[in-house]
Design a protein around this ligand. Structure first.
Ligand code: NAD
Length: 302
């Protein structure tokens, strides 16, 4: 079937994304290395296979939603006697990777795919599990122009916005640059609120000023790290994510890798990466990343 999508990686994000494609009428064949993920997909009406190779043989699109770039490269190339997916796929297959991975790994994956006679798109997402379920993700896309047009209808089913950022790797680049801004700005907003507390300023007063002034940013006006001013922010539900600390730590590690490999004279990026690594290691992994404010408060002089 020339229209089949092999969907590999049916986890928190991939599971609901695959369901949305199937509900939109696409023929989806799913595979995951974890049996529970396969069962959950089948319960939602997704056909599954016993091996990745079976899902990929005959598919027009191979969509991957994996934890890391190593998983992507190993799947493409093959490991431990397993044939690589690039080898198993029919000629001119579209390899669409939606995982968040290193920019260098995304470029390498694209090079391998193109060298094997295939097409390659990197399209990491923002919007989280809620966005995956609702089909409202934002895709940041690195692709040749024709390839972007090929995958655009699929992205429009799984998301509400797809931004073509440039050629191979540009999607990952945009994602980590955005999250570098987000990670640093959340720390700045949190430090400002704790300083305000020390200076006797109410949360609402600081919010009212900064949200309509030059301190305005998403970390303040949408994901406000203190309860009260923005009722829907995770701070109002004891920092239930939202965007988990483990994922922010991961994304900043990818940003750090890129800062180092490009030689940017960055200081806040590496520091933010270290701060979220500590946050995640000390109990913040499963909390919203805005919970960083409680760390700052707890570590401040009493
Ligand atoms: P997850 O761990 O829930 O899902 C990943 C799935 O891939 C797992 O089920 C795993 O078994 C499977 N897998 C790994 N190697 C495989 C292989 N070779 N073949 C088949 N399946 C394989 O992770 P997730 O939360 O769904 O995140 C997926 C990606 O999306 C990550 O790169 C993450 O950084 C990114 N992301 C996640 C969120 C979020 O809120 N969870 C938001 C934006 C981006």
């Amino acid at each position: 079937d020339s229209g089949t999508i092999a969907f590999l990686g049916l986890g928190h994000m991939g599971g609901p994304m695959a369901v949305n494609l199937a509900n939109a009428g696409y023929t989806v064949v799913g595979f995951d290395v974890v049996p529970e993920a396969l069962e959950a997909a089948r319960a939602h009406g997704i056909a599954t296979t016993a091996t990745a190779a079976e899902a990929v043989a005959g598919a027009a699109v191979v969509l991957t939603m994996f934890p890391s770039g190593l998983h992507v490269l190993e799947a493409y190339r093959g490991t431990g006697g397993q044939p690589g997916l690039l080898q198993v796929a029919g000629p001119d297959t579209m390899f669409l990777d939606c995982s968040t991975i290193n920019v260098d790994e995304a470029r390498q994956a694209a090079e391998l795919a193109v060298a094997a006679g295939h097409r390659s798109v990197d399209a990491p997402v923002s919007g989280g599990v809620v966005g995956a379920e609702a089909g409202t993700l934002t895709f940041m896309v690195g692709a040749l122009p024709d390839d972007f047009e090929t995958v655009r209808p699929l992205l429009e089913v799984m998301g509400k916005r797809a931004v073509h950022c440039g050629e191979h790797g540009a999607g990952q680049a945009a994602k980590i640059c955005n999250n570098l801004i987000l990670g640093v700005s959340m720390i700045a907003v949190s430090e400002a609120f704790v300083l305000g507390e020390k200076l006797g300023l109410t949360h609402q007063a600081l919010f009212d000023v900064a949200s309509a002034a030059s301190g305005q940013c998403w970390a303040l006006t949408t994901n406000c790290p203190v309860p009260g001013p923005v009722p829907a922010s995770p701070a109002n539900r004891d920092y239930q994510p939202g965007f988990a600390g483990a994922l922010m730590a991961k994304d900043l590690r990818l940003a750090l890798n890129a800062l180092e490999s490009t030689g940017v004279a960055a200081r806040l990026g590496p520091l933010a990466s270290e701060i979220y690594d500590t946050f995640a290691a000390e109990g913040g992994a499963g909390r919203d990343f805005s919970g960083i404010i409680t760390d700052i408060r707890d570590k401040s002089a009493q």
